[in-house]
Design a protein around this ligand. Structure first.
Ligand SMILES: [Zn+2]
Length: 387
């Protein structure tokens, strides 16, 4: 087995290939661990053990306590041999439902799937396997690498909850690689939007629908008029707006509905524009409510804040060099989804979200191409070792 070979007197065999079989085994082992959001205990224990074995000093925070979860974020630091500031690699431990009893089945076609009754959990276990395996390979090659930090977050799938409460004062890195994106390996996202989720309550006045409808104020009619006036879908080039759900009135047909509730969202690469659009929607509902003699109230939460990793940041050059060296087509993209990088950026850590050999995520058809899993492991190893 190639991975067992050691060069004579510690000679480094830096460019040997990835141990494909062991990588698949590592991935299968991780997939077999149940880790729905806020139930990451077993996963956290395994990852802490692995990092410790690989020479990291490891800590777990109390993030789970904020959400009634049973595990915290796992952080590890390992001193390297190559001078320079540390770099950070990160994935999340949780997987979306159905997430219990997952199995990673290896097909003859080189594709790994679940048994069809659960997600596979490649989101984010392919990236996690790549990090562990890259570290293992480095260890066997003599340990040449940068100072490394690793964070495995909880609750990413519940709007980045783990990374929202992490204590970033302990992180030394200013450069991060988050393995949490679909697409061919060599793809990386450098920009993500602000995402604002809002709830609107329209208040009218109840009345008997047959005997005295004229004394009522129709909350659903107000909401309907406001929604018709809203711009939905793509609003300009860099923004989307959606109303995702609407509930109004009582169960009975003979009451003029007093209340109507709506939930929606705004996404934009510009935080200011997302805020402006949210205020516009609030005003529009107020206007329609006032016209009819009712009222309207909006609450909103900023789930993620927009970021853009600047072109001159070291991660850009390092990632391009890695792709070139490994013969991967390098594709830098903007994404319209969030990742833990959105939170890292708010704490002064810039980086890229890397495509990490996961496809059709959040579905029972989720799969991994083994060839891609090997590539992302090579890419991670290169980034960890590149000066
Ligand atoms: Zn993910």
């Amino acid at each position: 087995m190639e991975h067992m070979k050691r060069g004579l007197s510690g000679v480094k065999t830096k460019n040997k290939g990835i141990n494909r079989e062991r990588l698949i085994e590592t991935f299968q082992r991780l997939v077999a661990i149940d880790a729905p959001s806020f139930q990451e205990r077993a996963m956290a224990d395994v990852l802490k053990e692995e990092l410790t074995r690989l020479g990291f000093s490891v800590e777990e925070d109390g993030a789970g306590n904020h959400y009634g979860g049973n595990a915290g974020n796992v952080y590890g630091f390992r001193k390297g041999t190559i001078p320079g500031s540390p770099i950070l690699f990160s994935t999340h431990m949780d997987t979306v439902e159905p997430a219990r009893g997952k199995k990673a089945l290896v097909g003859a076609d080189g594709r790994i799937t679940s048994d069809g009754t659960t997600v596979l959990g490649a989101d984010c276990m392919s990236g996690t396997a790549a990090i562990l395996e890259a570290l293992q390979e480095i260890e066997e090659d003599g340990g040449e690498c940068r100072d490394l930090e690793v964070i495995f977050f909880i609750g990413e799938e519940k709007h980045l909850r783990g990374s929202a409460v992490f204590d970033y004062s302990r992180v030394k890195a200013k450069e991060s690689y988050i393995l949490d994106l679909t697409g061919p390996v060599g793809t990386a996202a450098y920009q993500a939007p602000t995402l604002i989720q809002f709830q609107i309550e329209v208040k009218g006045r109840a009345a008997h629908a047959g005997l005295s409808p004229e004394t009522g104020i129709h909350a659903i009619a107000i909401a309907a008029k406001a929604v018709v006036r809203m711009e939905l879908g793509h609003v300009g080039e860099d923004m989307t707006v959606n109303i995702g759900a609407i509930h109004g009135g009582e169960a009975s047909s003979n009451i003029v509905p007093e209340l109507c509730h709506l939930v929606g969202e705004v996404r934009s690469y510009s935080h200011e524009q997302a805020m402006e659009q949210t205020r516009k929607i609030e005003e529009l509902f107020k206007e329609e409510a006032e016209k009819a003699g009712g009222s309207s109230r909006m609450d909103y939460q900023i789930l993620i804040r927009a970021y853009r990793t600047p072109e001159e940041h070291p991660c850009m050059g390092r990632f391009r060099r890695a792709c070139e060296s490994l013969g991967l087509p390098c594709t830098l993209i903007k994404t319209f989804g969030g990742s833990d990088q959105s939170n890292l950026f708010q704490h002064g850590i810039s980086g890229l979200v890397l495509a990490s050999a996961m496809e059709l995520v959040h579905s029972c058809q989720e799969y991994v191409e083994i060839a891609e899993l090997v590539k992302i492991t090579e890419l991670v190893r290169f980034l960890m070792q590149n000066k």
